[in-house]
Design a protein around this ligand. Structure first.
Ligand code: FAD
Length: 379
């Protein structure tokens, strides 16, 4: 048996209890929740009782930047993150266009560095549970957290980003994690050695996933709904894809079904141009077809556009005047939502540029605005 199996046997764990985490001190966690895992490695899962200057919701690049700037500029800062530090960027195998990394940086590396940086400056992280609500209590903003905790703070920065759009095919959704993956292929790529895999999507994230997978898989087929990659993908990636011999691109292609016993085995594809339907063997499919903002938890008082992105700053001004319901004499600040003292940064914001650098930039700008807000001349 391999070393993994031996460890599992020693720990008395069975396949039914996977995933199993064996800690350095011998503790065994069977199928732990994010909160249990966080507690086991000594991370904080509840906020402090006091009033923070700023609560940052989400630890993707935007939230991490806000945490670094907030904590380094003397604001008592708390960051809430239910899943993995680094957000979408953390799942990228190689970010090649972020300033200062001429040969690229893995998303994981960038996330760990940013996390540590904010931590060193004194930011508090509360890990494992999502924010579920936000309300005003006099001058305070109170964020409710799944599990019952509340975070009190003087200002809030919403940095909850976006989540992957699903295929919406029940037989494939049932195999999520068992051959059907949403988002980047980083952690799964090595397991795809010598296999036939598919990537759904035609934008940069799909291109990056295909290039990364092609290092391991026998063949990667990109399924693109449109007729070209050029409209939706950076030129350097299009070149990389066309020059990689084991990547094929199928245009006009839509996934209409698929399945397998316990694991993905096949996909059903529709060729929209010819109407032909084909079932192909597939070891895995990686779905990267766009994203939805994670704003369902916000109260009605925080205005969103029709897709759910948070509207901020000048976009709240209709005909030069703040939107109806804006309670103050002054206009909303850049990045400020329709609830004073609550800001939105990064991918979750209406009109944002979906890049790591812009998310980081907005996170840092928001802290400057929080200073202005807290100084009182902006209340
Ligand atoms: C595969 C892939 C590759 C990419 N490659 C590049 C690249 O090469 N270059 C580039 O510039 N950009 C790239 N991008 C885009 C870039 O990653 C995003 O623009 C960036 O991560 C946005 O940062 P963000 O902090 O706004 O949001 P996200 O990264 O989406 O982070 C949001 C965070 O908020 C958390 N959250 C969500 N809901 C809640 C809640 N209710 N309570 C608390 N926390 C919550 C999430 O768990 C997440 O950690 C890539 C994206 C993907 C998916």
């Amino acid at each position: 048996a391999g070393p993994g199996k031996v460890l599992l046997e020693q720990a008395g764990a069975t396949a039914a209890t996977l995933p199993v985490v064996i800690m350095f001190d011998g503790r065994v966690l069977e199928n732990p929740s994010n909160t249990q895992l966080a507690e086991a490695i000594g991370m904080r899962t509840s906020p402090g009782p006091g009033l923070y200057d700023v609560a940052v919701i989400g630890a993707g690049p935007a939230g991490l930047a806000a945490a670094v700037y907030g904590a380094s500029e003397g604001l008592s800062t708390v960051v809430l993150e239910p899943e993995a530090i680094g957000g979408q960027a953390g799942t990228s195998s190689r970010i090649r266009n972020y300033l200062g990394f001429p040969t690229g940086v893995s998303g994981e590396d960038l996330a760990v560095r940013a996390y540590t940086q904010a931590w060193n400056f004194g930011a508090d992280y509360v890990y494992g549970n999502p924010a579920t609500g936000l309300r005003t209590q006099g001058p305070e903003r109170v964020v409710t957290v799944a599990g019952g905790d509340e975070v009190r703070s003087r200002a809030v920065i919403i940095a909850t980003g976006v989540s992957y759009r699903r295929l919406g095919i029940p037989s494939l959704d049932a195999l999520t994690g068992a051959g059907v993956f949403y988002g980047a292929a980083t952690s799964e790529a090595k397991a795809m050695k010598d296999r036939q895999v598919f990537v759904v999507g035609g934008a940069n994230s799909a291109g990056q996933a295909a290039v990364h997978l092609a290092r391991y898989a026998a063949r990667v087929t990109m399924l693109v709904r449109g007729q070209s990659l050029a409209d939706s993908m950076s030129e350097y990636l299009v070149k990389e894809i066309t020059s990689t011999p084991n990547i094929a691109v199928r245009y006009n292609a839509v996934v209409t079904g698929g399945g397998g016993t316990g694991r993905l085995e096949s996909l059903t594809l529709l060729d929209q141009a010819s109407g032909a339907i084909q079932t192909v063997p597939a070891a895995a499919v990686f779905v990267l077809i766009g994203a939805e903002p994670r704003t369902q938890w916000l109260p009605d008082g925080i205005r969103r556009d029709r897709w759910g992105f948070v509207v901020t700053g000048p976009d709240l001004m209709a005909g030069g005047y703040p939107a109806e319901g804006w309670p103050l004499q002054r206009a909303p600040m850049l990045l400020e939502s329709s609830l004073p003292g609550v800001f939105a940064v990064g991918d979750v914001r209406c009109g944002s540029v979906k890049r790591v650098a812009s998310a980081v930039g907005e996170g840092s700008v928001a802290i400057r605005l929080v200073h202005d807000y807290l100084r009182g001349n902006r209340n």
